[in-house]
Design a protein around this ligand. Structure first.
Ligand code: MN
Length: 247
């Protein structure tokens, strides 16, 4: 039966024992998307993960790092043909990163246009305080369904979500989102066929201990409660969603 756990946004290379976490995901058969934050991290991620069955790696340039890593965009271009998954990419308009917002937009536009040219990419997208701008840029610069989008830790409102659903976007939910009023509102407005789960580890955790992909079970349980379905049913829905996304 196809009922594996799914962690569709986790930074495996940021854990002290990177390979150990990769192997843990393989042993526990957890479908995991290992996102990266800089193109420089790609070669090692690709080397370790490329041959794995359950872990996939994504080529990223994190919006929070664009200020310092802008010059790595040419490396990102160089590695693009090797990558089926793209992330973490997107925009972050929170006060700490707003200085680089114009640069972030230039980088994101370049990334979206490059994916449009290449086709066949699956993107995990960050949109902190910038959901409407991210959506407008997706509509303008990304060819879908030739490419597919997963909005990670989406904090836009329900009308933003509807706009994203019209574009065919998926949403990866984590435990934190399911503890907020906005997150629960969003969940009600999104068809279950567009849902995935994530941890965003090691940036989330409990009592100072970062969540690992296996802890996505907590997200799944919470999701099951809110959706008022059985855990078996929700696991099947999510696995089916992943299958369709990757088909
Ligand atoms: Mn992340």
């Amino acid at each position: 039966m196809n009922d594996s756990l799914i962690d569709f946004h986790c930074h495996l290379d940021l854990y002290p024992g990177f390979e150990e976490v990769v192997n843990e995901c393989e042993e526990k058969m957890i479908h995991t998307l290992s996102v990266t934050t800089t193109p420089k991290a790609w070669p090692e991620n690709f080397r370790i993960i490329n041959t794995k069955k359950f872990v996939r790696c994504a080529l990223g340039l994190h919006p929070q790092l664009v200020a310092e890593r802008f010059h790595e965009l040419s490396l990102w271009d160089e590695f693009l043909p090797q990558a089926r998954y793209i992330g973490e990419v997107g925009l972050d308009a929170s006060p700490r990163f707003y200085n680089s917002f114009d640069k972030q937009k230039a980088v994101f536009e370049h990334i979206l246009k490059s994916c449009t040219n290449a086709g066949g990419k699956i993107l995990s997208i960050h949109s902190v305080r910038s959901a409407p701008i991210v959506l407008a840029m997706l509509e303008k610069h990304l060819a879908v369904p030739k490419n597919k989008v997963v909005l990670h830790w989406f904090t836009g409102n329900v009308s933003n979500a509807i706009r994203a659903i019209d574009m065919g976007c998926y949403f990866s939910f984590n435990r934190e989102m399911l503890s907020t009023k906005n997150g629960l509102e969003l969940l009600k407005g999104i068809p279950v066929q567009k849902l995935l789960t994530e941890t965003d580890g090691p940036f989330t955790g409990n009592d100072g201990i970062p969540y690992r992909p296996k802890d996505v079970i907590g997200t799944l349980e919470k999701l099951t409660t809110v959706l008022d379905k059985s855990i078996v049913e929700v696991r099947q829905i999510l696995n089916r969603n992943l299958e369709v996304l990757e088909s």
